[in-house]
Design a protein around this ligand. Structure first.
Ligand code: TQI
Ligand code: ZN
Ligand code: ZN
Length: 474
C-alpha cells in the first residue's frame, strides 16, 4: 500500500447538534492545546492492530494534524489562529461520526479518473462485474465532482484485478476470508490500484462476500479515505452486509470524500416542456415516502415489481427504477392486491378481489381472469392481501387478514390445517402482510410501511426495513 493507515490520525467532524465546550480560562495556552490534542487527536487505544506507533503523545505531530484538518498554516507550533480554533465550541469526541483521510491527504487532481479491469473473477459474469464496479464508483460520483470512466486497454489511473495469492505486489492474498481486497491511496503508478482476492466467494447477494460493498469500500481508499469510526460508515473496518438496493453513500463517507473533492453541484435540469397529454389519469404515487405501503410485490424474470394503486415500480439490477401504469402493461388489470411468481413455469399470478390472472412477461394468458376459489379458498375470502412462492418447500403462502394459507404447487391443493394465524406461526413478521416477495433467497414481508427480511430456512427475522428502501431514495 502506498500510504498504509499506520500513521493516519483520526480527524473529527462535528455533525448535528454539538455541545459547546466550557470556556477554559486561558492561563496557559500550551496546556489548552495539550488537553485539546489529547482529547480529539489521540486514539484512546494506541496499541491496536492498525499498527499506529506505540507513541508517547507527540505534541508537534498532533498539532500539525490539527492544523491541517482546520486548514491552518501547518507549523507544529502554537500560534494565535490555532489557539482561536481550539477555543471555539465544538462537539465532544465520543460518538460523533468521524471519517479519516490518509496522511498528506493524497487525492486525484483530474476531473475524470479512468479504471480498467484487467482480470475478472470466474464467479460472476463480466457484465455483472462491470455493472457492479460502475455502481460502486457511481456512489462517489453522485456526490463529488469526479467522473469515472472504464477503459479496456493501456494503463488506467485505477487498475483493477481479481487474483488469488501472490499477484505482483508486496501484499499477497491469504486464501478464503481474512483479507478480501486492498487498494492504494491516490497517486501515480500503482496509486489507486485495487485488488480483489479471487479466493473469496464474490457475490451480488447477502450471502458470500458482496462485491458492491467491498468495491465501494476499496474505492473509498482509492479516493483517499482511511477507515472511519462511524459504525454506519462504508469505511468502518468490519464487513457487514447491508441492503444494496438503492444503496447510497452513507453520510460519514460522503462528508469525508466531499472534504477532499468538494460537493457535486446538482445538474440543472432543462425546463420540462408542458406537453399536452392525451389522458393523464391518476398521477403515480410518490416512491420516496417513509410511510409508503405496497399493495403487492413480486419478482418477475429477475426484476422486482412493487404495486401501488394504478401503478407499479419495476426495479432491475441493470435497468434501475421505472414507473409504469398497470393497465398499459396488462390491459385487463387496473390494480393488484397480491402477486407471486412461480419461477419454474415462468408464470406470475396477479390477484384482484375474487379474481386472478396469469401473466408471462407482459402478456396475459388466455382464459383469465379465473375465480380464486380454484385455489381452494372458501367463498368467505373476498380478497388476498399478499402471496409468495417459497421455492424450498414448493408452497405458495397466501395472506388473508391475520391468517395465512399454504398451497402445494405440486399437487395443486391447499395444505391441510390451514388457515393458520400469522403472528403465531411466522413470528416476527407482524400481524398481517400487505405484500410479500422473494429476493436472493430471502423472503420479504411488508406490514404497513415496515418490512421484515426473513430467512425461511432458519425461520428467523434477519432485519427490519422500510418499504421505500427499495425505491432508490436518499
Ligand atoms: N482489506 C483491508 C481494507 O481494505 C486492507 C486495509 C487495511 C487497508 N487497512 C487499510 C487498505 C488502509 C487501505 C488503507 O480495509 S480487507 C473490509 C471491511 C477489507 C475489509 O480485506 O480487510 C472491506 C476489504 F471493511 F469490511 F472490513 C473490504 Cl469492506
Ligand atoms: Zn495487491
Ligand atoms: Zn479498508
Amino acid at each position: 500500500m502506498e500510504h498504509p493507515a499506520a500513521f493516519a490520525l483520526t480527524l473529527v467532524v462535528c455533525l448535528g447538534l454539538c455541545d459547546a465546550a466550557p470556556t477554559t480560562p486561558s492561563s496557559d495556552d500550551h496546556q489548552i492545546a495539550e488537553a485539546y490534542l489529547s482529547q480529539f487527536y489521540r486514539d484512546p487505544n494506541t496499541t491496536e492492530s492498525r499498527g499506529r506507533r506505540v507513541n508517547l503523545p507527540d505534541f508537534e505531530n498532533d498539532l500539525k494534524a490539527m492544523q491541517e484538518f482546520f486548514g491552518l498554516e501547518v507549523t507544529g507550533k502554537m500560534d494565535k489562529n490555532t489557539l482561536e480554533v481550539m477555543k471555539q465550541p465544538r462537539c465532544g469526541v465520543t460518538d460523533v461520526a468521524r471519517f479519516g483521510h490518509f496522511q498528506g491527504k493524497p487525492k486525484w487532481k483530474q476531473s475524470v479518473v479512468t479504471y480498467r479491469i484487467t482480470e475478472y473473477t470466474s464467479q460472476l459474469s463480466q457484465r455483472e462485474v462491470d455493472a457492479t464496479i460502475a455502481k460502486a464508483f457511481q456512489l462517489y460520483s453522485d456526490v463529488i465532482p469526479l467522473d469515472f470512466k472504464q477503459i479496456y486497454s493501456g494503463t488506467a489511473d485505477i487498475m483493477i484485478l481479481f487474483k488469488a495469492g501472490y499477484h505482483g505486489d508486496f501484499y499477497p492474498f491469504d486464501g478464503p476470508s481474512g483479507v478480501l481486497a486492498h487498494a492504494n491511496s491516490p497517486g501515480p503508478e500503482q496509486g489507486g490500484d485495487t485488488h480483489f482476492d479471487e479466493d473469496e466467494k464474490w457475490t451480488l447477494r447477502p450471502q458470500g462476500v458482496n462485491l458492491l460493498l467491498v468495491a465501494a469500500h476499496e474505492f473509498g481508499h482509492a479516493l483517499g479515505l482511511d477507515h472511519s469510526q462511524d459504525r454506519s460508515a462504508l469505511m468502518y473496518p468490519t464487513y457487514q452486509y447491508i441492503n444494496t438496493n438503492g444503496y447510497k453513500l452513507p453520510q460519514d463517507d460522503r462528508l469525508g470524500v466531499q472534504a477532499l473533492y468538494g460537493v457535486r453541484t446538482p445538474t440543472v435540469k432543462p425546463d420540462p416542456k408542458p406537453e399536452p397529454k392525451p389522458d393523464p389519469g391518476p398521477s403515480p404515487p410518490e416512491p420516496c415516502n417513509r410511510d409508503l405501503v405496497f399493495d403487492a410485490a413480486t419478482s418477475i424474470r429477475g426484476e422486482l415489481y412493487f404495486f401501488k394503486n394504478e401503478h407499479y415500480w419495476k426495479k432491475g439490477f441493470y435497468s434501475g427504477l421505472s414507473t409504469h401504469k398497470i393497465k398499459s402493461t396488462w390491459r385487463s388489470i387496473d390494480s393488484v392486491d397480491a402477486a407471486y411468481e412461480f419461477k419454474g413455469r415462468d408464470i406470475t399470478f396477479l390477484f384482484k378481489g375474487k379474481q386472478y390472472w396469469a401473466i408471462r412477461g407482459s402478456t396475459t394468458l388466455t382464459g383469465y381472469p379465473k375465480p380464486i376459489s380454484k385455489f381452494g379458498f372458501p367463498s368467505t375470502v373476498k380478497k388476498i392481501d399478499a402471496a409468495v412462492y417459497v421455492a424450498s418447500t414448493g408452497r405458495t403462502l397466501f395472506f388473508v387478514g391475520s391468517k395465512y394459507w399454504s398451497f402445494n404447487e405440486r399437487t395443486a391443493k391447499m395444505d391441510a390445517g390451514f388457515p393458520k394465524t400469522i403472528w403465531h406461526n411466522i413470528p416476527g413478521i407482524g400481524s398481517k402482510v400487505d405484500a410479500a416477495f422473494e429476493n436472493y433467497g430471502y423472503l420479504y414481508f411488508s406490514d404497513g410501511a415496515q418490512q421484515t427480511e426473513y430467512d425461511f430456512g432458519s425461520k428467523r427475522v434477519n432485519r427490519v426495513l422500510l418499504n421505500y428502501g427499495w425505491l432508490d431514495c436518499y
